[in-house]
Design a protein around this ligand. Structure first.
Ligand code: FAD
Length: 405
């Protein structure tokens, strides 16, 4: 391969470029990104960066000289079309880049708030550094904050806003926080923590409109007709994968760009990785799955680099994830989709808890709150198809670390 072109200079795009060089690839690497500045990590945008605990330089994966030294051509441009027949990528700036292999790492964008008033000033999603830079000063001035959606990003922001002294009200359509991704027991622990921090959680509740004056938000109307004051509204109601480039080029799309177990699209010269890729996930019964996490972006990037360097292998990496809210760090290993029983270990009062999620006799996920040792042990255990059933885990004195060793 003389040339690899990567679209999207986020977590996955950066990783595949870096892994290619690390594994000895000598050809040309072009990394095309449409955001300003150098490639950066997103997780701190809704946490430490927003609080000013880390600065802009700490968001960067690497300083500028890394790209020069590694001969990774970083281009600020937007890919507008793929000419598959001639293996060329067309850029908004007018250039056409030839490729031997193309990697789509275009990520996802925030699902917009589907109500009138969503365009008012003071209504935000958090996706980019620009979003966080705009939001940070406003969060410090805000008095009444309404958060739409009790998913990871909404709740991370709720915890930040509460710590800044804002009155925070969260509207969530479901009946518990982070319901798509964690067990009932862990949701309950986080509900209690948020209430302790002064966050008002309003479940089974949506909004009908955002209200404003002179173009600026002043409140929201809830589904049951109440008006809540708000000088800042932050929504986190899921994302939509950036598939347009792929679909216009005729690649197969599922809930994302469809790839096989090697992360190849329906065109053998094009791979897709990270948030945008919908892949047969071992831990989800090989069903087509799209994950949104740093782990997924990084491991996809590594897997594609290895394949391009002549070491193909089916993608089997264990999914894991984390979220920081207030003084709680939640780390999740595995996928709890379809769990039917749980075993809770640790101390709920001290918020140092691991929830082991089982499907039948099979351990499928471990959620650890402020128990990092459990999380590391769980990752090792889950990576090798554990023979750990609920009865054994529920035995008095059971410890994941001991079992793992
Ligand atoms: P991205 O990092 O989104 O990068 C895609 C890039 O492609 C973007 O820069 C986009 O602008 C660019 N692009 C798209 N189309 C084009 C085009 N046509 N031409 C050029 N460029 C294009 N994960 C965790 O595991 N833990 C966390 O705590 C966590 N916190 C998060 C907090 C926030 C606020 C956000 C937004 C995400 C968080 N995530 C977290 C998720 C994690 O950041 C993503 O899963 C990861 O960034 C996905 O990497 P990616 O490369 O697939 O997509």
């Amino acid at each position: 391969l003389a040339s690899v072109v990567i679209v999207g200079a986020g977590q996955a795009g950066f990783q595949v470029a870096t892994s290619l060089r690390q594994s000895g690839y000598e050809g040309r690497i072009s990394l095309i990104g449409d955001e300003p500045g150098l490639p950066y990590q997103r997780p701190p945008l809704s946490k430490a960066y927003l609080l000013g605990k880390i600065g802009a330089t700490n968001l960067l994966f690497r300083p500028e000289k890394f790209y020069t030294e590694q001969r990774i051509e970083l281009r600020h441009d937007r890919a507008t079309a793929i000419d598959r027949q001639n293996r060329r990528l067309l850029l908004e700036g007018g250039e056409a880049l030839g490729y031997d292999h193309l990697i789509l790492a275009t990520g996802a964008h925030n699902r917009p708030l589907p109500v009138p008033g969503a365009e008012l000033e003071g209504v935000f999603g958090i996706k980019t550094k620009v979003d966080a830079d705009t939001l940070a000063p406003l969060s410090k001035q805000a008095r009444n904050v309404v958060v739409i959606g009790a998913g990871f990003i909404g709740l991370e922001f709720a915890a930040v806003a509460a710590s800044l002294g804002c009155a925070v009200h969260v509207l969530e359509l479901g009946d518990r926080p982070m319901a798509r991704a964690i067990s009932r027991e862990m949701s309950e622990l986080f509900s209690q923590a948020h209430r302790r921090w002064g966050v008002h959680l309003d479940f089974r509740q949506g909004l009908t409109r955002v209200i404003g004056e002179n173009g600026r938000v002043t409140g929201v109307e809830t589904s049951d007709g109440r008006i809540l004051d708000a000088d800042l509204v932050v929504f986190g109601i899921g994302v939509i994968p950036n598939t347009q480039l792929a679909s216009e080029a005729g690649l197969e799309i599922a809930n994302g760009i469809k790839v096989d177990a090697r992360l190849l699209t329906s065109d053998p010269h094009i791979s897709a990785i990270g948030d945008v890729a919908c892949f047969p996930c071992l831990q989800n019964d090989e069903q087509l799955t799209r994950l949104e996490s740093v782990q997924n972006a990084v491991d996809h990037g590594r897997a594609v680099a290895a394949r391009l360097m002549g070491k193909p292998a089916p993608y089997v990496a264990l999914p894991w994830f984390w979220t920081d809210q207030g003084d709680l760090k939640l780390q999740i290993a595995g996928l709890s989709i379809g769990y039917d029983s749980t075993v809770v270990i640790g101390s709920v009062e001290d918020a140092q808890v691991s929830v082991l999620c089982f499907r039948g006799e099979q351990l499928i996920a471990v959620e650890s709150c402020n128990r990092p040792g459990d999380h590391l042990a769980a990752r090792k255990i889950l990576s090798r198809q554990p023979a750990l059933g609920p009865a054994e885990a529920a035995a008095p004195g059971f410890e994941l670390k001991v079992w793992e060793a």
